[in-house]
Design a binder for this molecule. Structure first.
Ligand SMILES: *[C@@H]1O[C@H](CO)[C@@H](O)[C@H](O)[C@H]1NC(C)=O
Ligand SMILES: *[C@@H]1O[C@H](CO)[C@@H](O)[C@H](O)[C@H]1NC(C)=O
Length: 290
């Protein structure tokens, strides 16, 4: 009984590998990589698979997001992100299929003494970073590139939490109203009249923990300077649900602390020749059949 069950599991695994190989045989590495350009947050194209991209997702030692701890370095005084409220002209607000993003380009920010230009801002549910091990329902990312060298990126992360008073920061309230018009991937509307006071405060007048990390989506490029604010924006339960419905789950799993071994590379040492070590699998099978 015991043995036949583990044989049964072994057979399933063999069949699975056989079919997996049939579908990838004849595909060269580049083709597989191009196919995987359609990354996701789910299953076989989810974050564990991102190592097959040209980039550092599965190798880098400065990957984001991380657990931010309040003993980390705090960014210098004098930071500012004086983004004017968005007025009547507006900016594209697009459902990219992976997030919803406002292409608000141009406002200036100074972070750690470096001058930046805002490129865009977007959202994740749940938060990607954690703060002293706590995660939040959402996280807002303001993405900047340096004025002197546009390849140098700085991202400000702002946590968003549900409000006990059932109130939304005006930025969240306004965008939540526009969300139904960008329900599907590829949809764009114009975001007009977006108040940015809450975000300005969370950047200019708040403590921000800083570290050198990466993009949280492929190709997971490193050298991104992160500023994670300890000022949290409010969202009402209704507005949160509106975002959650459109975003689904779009949060990369937590990465190792800066400088530590990449978690995918670490896990790969238990995998031989591209296949999971069979004895570990049958051990698991035995455990479940017991
Ligand atoms: C805004 O979105 C429209 C429609 O998708 C697109 O054609 C246009 O290029 C976008 N403009 C900018 C500045 O991104
Ligand atoms: C929260 O606000 C929404 C929208 O204004 C309202 O429909 C709902 O009843 C409120 N809930 C509570 C608990 O006050």
């Amino acid at each position: 009984m015991y043995f036949s069950k583990s044989l049964y599991f072994a057979a399933i695994h063999l069949a699975w590998y056989a079919s997996a190989c049939q579908s990838c045989e004849g595909m060269n590495k580049l083709e597989r990589r191009q196919e995987a350009t359609d990354f996701s947050y789910l299953g076989l194209t989810g974050p564990v698979d991102w190592l097959q991209f040209e980039g550092t997702c599965g190798k880098g030692k400065q990957q984001s997001p991380i657990n931010v701890v309040s003993t980390m370095k705090v960014s210098s005084l004098g930071d500012s992100g004086e983004y004017p409220d968005i007025g009547a002209t507006g900016y594209n607000f697009t459902n990219t299929g992976r997030t919803v993003e406002v292409f608000y380009k141009g406002p200036k920010a100074t972070l750690g003494g470096v001058d930046y230009e805002l490129q865009r801002f977007h959202f994740h549910t749940p938060s990607e970073h954690r703060l002293d091990d706590e995660w939040f329902p959402m996280e807002l990312h303001f993405v900047h590139s340096a004025v002197a060298d546009p390849t140098k990126l700085a991202v400000v992360g702002i946590f968003i939490d549900t409000s006990e008073e059932n109130k939304s920061d005006p930025l969240m309230a306004r965008l939540a109203k526009l969300l139904p018009s960008i329900d599907n991937k590829g949809d764009t509307t114009i975001a007009t009249y977006v108040p940015l006071g809450g975000a300005r405060t969370a950047i200019t007048n708040a403590k921000k923990f800083t570290y050198s990390g990466s993009l949280t989506t492929p190709p997971c490029t490193e050298g991104v300077t992160w500023y994670v604010s300890n000022t949290v924006l409010d969202i009402s339960v209704a507005d949160y649900k509106a975002f959650k419905r459109v975003l689904g789950y779009n949060s990369r799993n937590l990465q190792a602390d800066p400088g530590k071994q990449n978690i995918v590379e670490f896990a790969a040492q238990f995998v031989t020749g591209g296949q999971a070590a069979p004895e570990k699998r049958s051990f698991a099978a035995k455990r479940f059949s017991a």
